[in-house]
Ligand binder design. Structure first.
Ligand SMILES: *Cc1c(COP(=O)(O)O)cnc(C)c1O
Length: 470
């Protein structure tokens, strides 16, 4: 490759001097400076050198329909000229109301109350506070402990980090964090679902009088390295949390918005209502095993929903920060009182931002118009294209859940993730492995040619790093 132009180098220098980059050791960033991006179009990002890169992780899992999508941009522009923002305390606006109604309808009304936050971590904080405070309002103030899963990730603020079990993010702040119970997580690679359920049961049996809620990432623990489990685990967990009177928080910040093959990952959990015709594959199949999917047109029925569902990331398709906490009438009612202090007096300045809500409504329009079916097709194209890679001696545990595809690299040397990321750039691929797990979480823009191109680019990158890969 030619050496970067002065424009690229100047922007890198200014960035390193003025911008403290997220999730980055800045000393290391001097050696591996950030890639300046000039513009985005569809799944492609363009640098100042005329090179393009396929955004294989949807810019940290947010960009569902590619960059600069015309319909979503138009919705935002229209809202911008009408009402960019108004506070949601004492005022309301159509985009927020409509968004809340539409999301609630997608749960069949089971989660009919929507609280707005600004990013994922704020949604986690809101759910933890609502759970604790609702128990307290019901006279159960001893219920103030939380349970999370091993290797689970729920964000980086102090409360969210307390229910996160990723050492590299958590350890430095451990002295500041409230104590959460961390329980064995089910991992399809280990086949340990029964053990994980038994560990959860033992904890809930002993401490349910002190436990407010269990928080999980349904079906896929993203930041753990795309660790997958079955809907059966979630079904059992729901039954168990009901049995012991403990809230269940489904953190769908990464897995919501169609990523797993349903709009909500939780829709995989319950069996289809009888008498409904079965739809084509839901895009949820994993290699060899996986839940059957269904469609997105009617509100799902017969589901045993969690007490909270959290959305963020994809809900605005990578345009504006927004998060939402959906909860039940029971939780909502616990705050209903003549006493102001029993209300949920939580807010963020940009709560329910109208521009972000307009973007989210444009995202829901896509799902109202067959996005789940399109994702099912795209997921099977990905599966077909990547299946041969499963035979590669350096590849193990090739797995898929809808529009998430991952595999682990055998005998990956230290520094593998960064080396793979840099090598992939030379193949026009922007991809960031987690440890030795390579994953794709692409925009929902996959056709057969793109899927084949992606598999070839991943294989070529592996070949660059490992001469033994044929
Ligand atoms: C990204 C993520 C969060 C945190 O969201 P932010 O917007 O980064 O604060 C929480 N939970 C899960 C499962 C996530 O993937």
């Amino acid at each position: 490759m030619t050496s970067p132009s002065n424009q690229t180098q100047a922007l890198q220098r200014r960035s390193l001097d003025a911008v403290w980059h997220p999730c980055t050791q800045m000393a290391r960033a001097e050696a591996v400076p950030p890639l300046p991006i000039a513009r985005g179009e569809g799944p492609w990002l363009y640098d100042f050198e005329g090179q393009r890169y396929f955004d294989a992780n949807s810019s940290w899992w947010v960009n569902l329909f590619g960059h600069a999508d015309a319909a979503i941009n138009a919705a935002i522009k229209h809202q911008l000229d009408t009402l960019p923002h108004v506070m949601l305390a004492g005022c309301t606006h159509e985009p927020a109301v409509r968004l809340a109604e539409r999301l609630s309808a997608r749960t069949g009304g089971a989660l009919g109350h929507v609280f707005f936050g600004s990013d994922g971590a704020s949604a986690v904080e809101i759910a933890l506070k609502q759970s604790f405070h609702s128990w307290r309002n019901l006279g159960r103030s001893d219920k103030r402990e939380f349970v999370c899963l091993q290797n689970g990730y729920h964000g980086e603020t102090i409360g969210a980090l307390a229910v996160t079990d990723v050492a590299i993010f958590r350890d430095a702040y451990d002295p500041l964090l409230m104590r959460a119970h961390i329980v064995t997580s089910p991992d399809s690679r280990l086949g340990n679902e029964a053990e994980a359920l038994a560990a959860m049961r033992a904890l809930l049996a002993e401490r349910h009088d002190q436990i407010a809620a269990v928080i999980v990432e349904p079906l896929v623990q993203g930041a753990a390295g795309m660790v997958m489990h079955s809907p059966n685990y979630l079904r059992q967990l729901r039954a168990m949390t009901r049995e012991f009177g403990v809230h269940l928080i489904a953190d769908e910040i990464a897995v919501g918005c169609g990523r797993t093959g349903q709009f909500f990952a939780w829709e995989h959990v319950s069996p289809r209502p009888t008498g409904t015709p079965s739809a084509p594959r839901g895009g949820a199949a994993a290699f060899g095993s996986g839940p059957a999917g269904d469609r997105d047109t009617q509100p799902p029925q017969g589901q045993d929903w969690p007490d909270f569902i959290l959305l963020s990331k994809g809900i605005t398709a990578g345009t504006l920060p927004l998060s939402l906490v959906l909860t039940t009438d029971a939780v909502y009612r616990a705050f209903w009182s003549d006493d102001v202090k029993r209300g949920f007096l939580h807010s963020h300045s940009y709560t329910g931002n109208a521009l972000a809500c307009a973007a989210a409504n444009a995202v829901l329009d896509r799902f109202d118009a067959g996005q789940i079916e399109r994702n099912a097709e795209q997921a099977s194209l990905l599966m077909e294209a990547f299946a041969p890679l499963g035979q590669c001696s350096r590849v193990e545990q090739l797995r898929q859940q809808g529009m998430i595809l991952a595999f682990d690299v055998v005998d990956a040397p230290s520094g593998f993730a960064e080396a793979f990321h840099l090598a992939a750039r030379r193949h026009q691929l922007l991809i960031r492995p987690i440890g030795r797990t390579v994953y794709l979480m692409p925009p929902y823009l996959i056709d057969a040619a793109t899927a084949a191109w992606l598999a070839a680019a991943v294989r070529a990158t592996l070949c660059d790093l490992f001469p033994d890969v044929a």
